[in-house]
Design a protein around this ligand. Sequence first.
Ligand code: GLN
Length: 237
Amino acid sequence: MCRHLGWLGREVAISSLVLDPPHSLRVQSYAPRRQKHGLMNADGWGVGLFDSSLQDNVARRWRSPAPLWGDASFDSMAPALRSHCVVAAVRSATVGMPIEASATAPFTDGRWLLSHNGVVDRAVLPTGLLAESVCDSAMLAATIFARGLDALGETVAQIGAADPDARLNVLAANGSRMLATVWGDTLSILRRDDGVVLASEPYDDEYDWEDVPDRHLVEVTAGGVVLTPLDPAKGPS
Ligand code: GLN
């Protein structure tokens, strides 16, 4: 399982989310605390954001197939990168999947950024979609983009029903909405005064992180946070 993190709120420095906290994604890249599958996340990293000043809703990202902990260039740039909406991830590649930047989250259709923690049998996904990589997560992302993010809960529940061994924790954002599913792995919410963090695991022990129960959809907007149970047979109930 990889680890991911999303932010929707006021504009903040990327380093404050991804690098600085005591159990940040950078630390989770070599010492995750709640990871159930895989020991570390050394197979790449990606940070995607929406530019608050341009307000063009274009998804921008920076991905690498190398470990986040060794990237001195990103360490230097991250304090200067600021955004109100971020999707970031560190990767532990599933056996058999390619280790390349194009297999690394966040994936995008230009408007949404999307990360996947988990694994899915590619045989249950539709064929013929243009995915960024043959990696299962890239093909899952292409499926979700094709069906539309409004159907994220239904899509995850249907794929989960078709592949009972699938783990389908998805995190996506488009600049004004952040969506996540919990399906087989962990997800925590931190409601801060200046915004909301969704993360595979808490980045510190200081604040009141809330664990989201399995098989739920989370939606974050300016209006707040809404949790909806996902019915394995039908999608959101
Ligand atoms: N299956 C995906 C990959 O190979 C995600 C792996 C994960 O969550 N560790 O990249």
